[in-house]
Design a protein around this ligand. Sequence first.
Ligand SMILES: [Zn+2]
Length: 138
Amino acid sequence: MVKRNCTSFSLGEGIRTIDKIILHCTDSDVDHDINEIARWHRMRGFKDVGYHFLIRRHGIQFGRPIDQIGAHCKGQNSNSLGICLTGKNEFDQAQFEMTARLISSFFPGLAIYPHNYFNKNKRCPGFDIEEVTSLLAV
Ligand SMILES: [Zn+2]
């Protein structure tokens, strides 16, 4: 059962448990569509887009179903959700707000990390995650 404000949850017996959210950016100034990103990821040999959610300038697009392990953070995919914001150095406040609303609504309590917490060589996500965490409903 998924409880409110849990630090982890199971999607069913034999299906994965999710205990963290990892934030990413597309590292592009273009507000790319999820299908475009899926195409790039398939070209890299992934079976589908590696992220579970894409936060675009004017809305959220769904990526890989959350019961499936993503392909977005080496060594951390099995128990995480990957949320990616379109953008490189500049993001809209609305994107931070949508991300916070998504997390507050459906995944409250999960630990949230920037991609570069796990891979110090990356600059991803290119924003301070406090832009999102400061907006979370408590
Ligand atoms: Zn990333």
